[in-house]
Design a protein around this ligand. Structure first.
Ligand code: AMP
Length: 137
């Protein structure tokens, strides 16, 4: 069986902090392999489409604006249990609740500018990898 895939995003605030390498090294250290990556400044349509499930949430407009505020690094990580491994490494969505040593504890600025994204489950991973890397997979 092919190794599990997850979509990861290094968000604009973390790109601005110049910690892309540090974040990727953390992922490599837990056995994740980067099998696709692209630096991109998202359009409003892309950010809103990607977060469409949150359309009714009060933070949707602000989140979409934040996600288009600078370049992001879109990544596909592969490995055994990649979805859960990457989510655990990121830590809780709210950095105030993130465990010590997690990416969000180290690099998030707020619950919105929380440095990284990771797919929630297999179905989301398939949708999200397809959303940004349709040609590659
Ligand atoms: P998720 O689909 O769980 O990754 O949530 C999407 C993103 O929305 C999170 O990673 C945060 O950047 C943002 N977010 C989630 N909850 C809030 C909130 N209460 N206020 C502002 N942004 C939020």
């Amino acid at each position: 069986m092919a190794a599990e895939q997850t979509l990861a995003i290094i968000k604009p605030n973390a790109v601005k902090k110049n910690v892309i390498g540090k974040i990727i090294a953390m992922a490599e250290d837990i056995g994740l392999h980067m099998t696709a990556a692209r630096m991109k400044t998202l359009s409003s349509d892309e950010a809103e489409g990607f977060y469409a499930e949150h359309r009714e949430r009060p933070f949707f407009g602000s989140l979409s604006k934040f996600m288009t505020s600078g370049p992001v690094l879109l990544i596909v990580f592969e490995g055994d249990n990649a979805i859960e491994k990457w989510r655990k490494l990121m830590g809780a969505t709210d950095p105030a609740k993130a465990a010590p040593g997690t990416i969000r504890k180290l690099y998030a600025d707020s619950i919105e500018a929380n440095s990284t994204h990771g797919s929630e489950n297999k179905e989301a991973a398939r949708r999200e990898v397809g959303f940004f890397f349709l040609e590659e997979f």
